[in-house]
Write a protein that binds this ligand. Structure first.
Ligand SMILES: *Cc1c(COP(=O)(O)O)cnc(C)c1O
Length: 350
């Protein structure tokens, strides 16, 4: 029996998608093989898997024509190097701005420092230098439970945003961004695939020594088929996009996501047992961090929740406590099951 899986990533995938994958595993359509056993250059893959997946993704986020959608068969973290390699030096700009909001932005900052002079803004003091080649931020800090709900105003400076743990959870005005990137394993599908939305004029400025597979142009010029991509992850991503369209798209899922987050945060706030110390305006709708009164109770909570079919609630070791990741594929009923477990646990141990 499938549990409610609150894992931060790789995360739960919509059940109808898994069922379809299971049905099609031995033979996909009528090609006599599975989707992962056919040529990535063949018409079946290109016309029936890759292009429809790109089209559905574009439709979901209403992506304008002056943006490319690239499917890169790497993790999100590869972008921490790819972004500076491709954007620094454009128009003679040699510095970049970064917003330090938590764990993942720090990783991005440390990588970018290898290539350029970086100006870092702390969470509560955002400053964007108009001379910067780009400004980078992490819209949802998966580990810290911090979300930037409003897109910062960077003027003419291209905004580059790591949206790994919130892509497709709400509508976006793509025109506000230069680049958005997101690894698939939180809100899209299996790991090993990263989706990049990039404004076309930002392509083609990579430094000469940039490895071919770190150059956005390589992907843009080849329909993301310069080398063999993770075909199975692209196939599954396409099925998740279709599932999301059937749910009513990102506008509809945003409402459900808000309801799930409200339910969890109000359960935490109304109790005298659990607490969350993220300032309200930064509270993540995707990763809800909470603590019991002691680390021993956190551990007991995690273990007994697991036995009750609520799995992977342990917080990241950097912050401790508990964490419920409630991405698109987590149904409202899963959050209800968690909040009623929380109330019972509080009655027993509070
Ligand atoms: C998970 C995550 C990453 C790291 O993704 P990998 O694919 O493991 O490199 C980076 N940024 C954010 C915001 C994440 O949630």
């Amino acid at each position: 029996m499938r549990a409610y899986n609150f894992c931060a990533g790789p995360a739960t995938i919509p059940l109808p998608v898994l069922q379809q994958v299971k049905e099609e595993l031995l033979e996909w359509k009528d090609v006599g093989a599975s989707a992962m056993e056919i040529s990535h250059r063949g018409e079946d893959f290109v016309q029936k898997i890759l292009m429809p997946a790109q089209e559905k993704f574009r439709k979901l986020l209403n992506i304008p024509d002056n943006y490319e959608v690239l499917f890169i068969s790497q993790g999100t973290s590869h972008q921490f190097a790819m972004v500076p390699l491709n954007l620094l030096g454009r128009e003679g700009r040699t510095t970049a701005g970064y917003w330090d909001t938590g764990h993942w932005s720090k990783r991005a900052i440390n990588e970018a420092r290898r290539y350029a002079e970086i100006n870092v803004s702390p969470l509560d003091n955002l400053q964007i230098n108009s001379e910067a080649a780009y400004f980078h931020y992490t819209s949802n800090e998966t580990i810290n439970g911090i979300q930037i709900h409003e897109v910062p105003d960077a003027g003419q400076v291209p905004l580059v945003t790591d949206m790994a743990s919130e892509i497709l959870s709400r509508p976006l005005d793509i025109n506000r961004f230069g680049i958005i990137y997101a690894g698939a394993q939180k809100n899209i599908g299996p790991s090993g695939l990263t989706v990049v939305i990039i404004r076309k004029d930002l392509i083609g400025h990579a430094k000469d020594f940039t490895p071919t597979l770190y150059n956005y142009k390589t992907y843009a010029d080849s329909q993301s088929l310069y080398h063999t991509p993770n075909t199975f992850a692209i196939y599954m991503a396409g099925l998740v996009f279709e599932w999301l369209l059937k749910q009513g798209g990102v506008e509809a899922i945003e409402k459900i996501n808000q309801a799930k987050a409200n339910k969890l945060y109000s359960t935490i706030d109304e109790s005298h047992f659990y607490y969350n110390n993220v300032p309200e305006k930064y509270r993540s709708h995707m990763n809800v961090i909470f603590y019991c009164p002691t680390p021993e109770l956190d551990k007991l909570f995690h273990e007994t929740a697991h036995q009750s079919g609520l799995i992977n609630l342990r917080g990241h070791k950097v912050v401790g406590g508990l964490r419920a990741s409630i991405y698109n594929a987590m149904p409202y009923e899963g959050v209800e099951a968690l909040t009623s477990f929380m109330k019972d646990f509080e009655k027993r141990y509070g």
